[in-house]
Design a protein around this ligand. Sequence first.
Ligand SMILES: Nc1ncnc2c1ncn2[C@@H]1O[C@H](COP(=O)(O)OP(=O)(O)OP(=O)(O)O)[C@@H](O)[C@H]1O
Length: 579
Amino acid sequence: MRLRRLATTPRLLAAAAREVRLADRAGTAVASVYQLVGAVAALGVVAAGKLTFDALLTPDTAALGLTPALLLLALATALTGSVGPLQTQQHRVLGERVAQRVWDRLLDTTARADLVTYESTGFATALERVQQHAVTRPFTVTTSLLGLTGSLLGVVAMSAVLVTVEPLLVPLLLAAGVPAVLLSRWASRTEFAFAHRLTALFRRREYLRQLLTRRPYAAEVRAFDAAPALRGRHEELNVEVNAALRVQVRRRQVIAVLSTLGVAAALTAALLAIVQLVRSGRIGLADAGAAAIAVRLLSGQLGRLFGAVGGLLESAPFLADLERFVASGPEPAPKGRRHRLADRVALRSVSFAYPGQDRPAVDDVDIEVRAGEVVALVGENGSGKTTLAKIVAGLYDPDSGVRVWDGEAVPAPDVRASVTVVFQDFVRYQLSVRDNITISDAGADPAAAADAARRAGVPLDLDTVLGRDLDEGVDISGGQWQRVALARALYRDTPLVVLDEPTAALDPRAEHELFTDVRATLGGRAALLISHRFSSTRLADRIYVLADGRVVECGTHDELMASAGQYAELYRLQSAAYR
Ligand SMILES: Nc1ncnc2c1ncn2[C@@H]1O[C@H](COP(=O)(O)OP(=O)(O)OP(=O)(O)O)[C@@H](O)[C@H]1O
């Protein structure tokens, strides 16, 4: 296991570095040049230091040599000092480009994931962890690799200087790296375990923050005076986070202090060794001065080198997490082909259970919708209507049974391309009315958007920007939003439309208009209509009554009323309320 981890680390690091290069070739090249200049400038400082000492200690050449030596020293020092800030600014751009590229990979993965993946426990937490911790890692790896290259150059060069003075000084300083690298590996393991443990806490805390700050929740949170209770939970999570953070920070502090002590001990030993060499007359004062500068710079470079190695080791498990997440997504599905509906869509003996649930939400169901028909699904809360509609629309595949389109089993992407759903909790895109309507295909006929808006009764200019979340639009009523959602469905022009509670927010007049003329509104499309309003469903060509995931009755309104079953009972209950 350990060996495997050691073997995969270089592969992960190489892959991360490649991602950064691909994200911004020019930026990576500039960052590398800065790193190189920094390393060369550091060498210049040592060389200039040595020249200065030589000039000072050789009175005959002092007048000649001192000025160029000091000028070189000033130049090299200025270069080392200015490369750092330049690099910091350059890294801002490179970091953003890399984050964008990693986000593209994440968005590709989530786009490929089917709806049922979103239902499985663990998916959301894994996504959150990757978002929080892995997105910036490829960049960290690259800066660490650049740092590593620069420091390695520095280390080699300083070592070469030191070797000419006293070869033993080099291994003395390098020895400090052994504990530093071992400590880094330990730090890497604890950091990943910490991130893993805290992701769930962060998710819950973030959710509470959204509830407490976002506009869609503001009215209800105030109406119920829910803020104190939510703040209380938020505080509890803060306490948990603080406790876990304290433990982790203490661990990291110990690791940092031990690493620094190792380097400082090696530095002290090397300086003492130089003093000893001078005392014993083995080296002169100029050499000793240059050696002291080289030792100081070498230990600085070694500190950076160990830091870079530590950063790389720490990033490896996060990179593995990112790769695992990206690989966990299904293969990209081919784009679905839109089918015409010549005869009917049918579910035969279809069952479906949500991931981790023992009881099926849909149990051995047979239904069909013929071309141009309006078919209704009714039933009490939780009876399986929405789940069934999602199977019809190709968003879930049945666990058993088949979905057939004109007598053939059609792949799910084709079904999704051929069915449009207006969900009960449809999305209110904070975009213009036109963009809301044409979100499925902005390039289609511009007149089609206006036509869909007219048929759905959208009382707004197509250029009006909707919603207040982005501070630029106007908000509209729930019923107006619902008309926009209906227009979006009509615009897509598929042969079957699923309408899940399409009139929940419509006023009685609008609902009446929609349903007395529903076939004209749909323009010949077939519709699967889910509604608790019997005034809407009674006009359907066929009504399926669901209970506990099974179809318990089927027929027209008149047939079902005559059979005096569950439908008739629910219908009478509802109509009694209006008497
Ligand atoms: N994402 C989910 N994960 C697990 N179980 C679910 C999920 N969504 C729904 N269920 C369960 O599946 C069953 C059917 O739910 P479904 O939403 O299909 O019912 P419905 O008839 O549309 O209900 P309503 O009339 O309240 O909208 C219910 O028992 C529900 O609790």
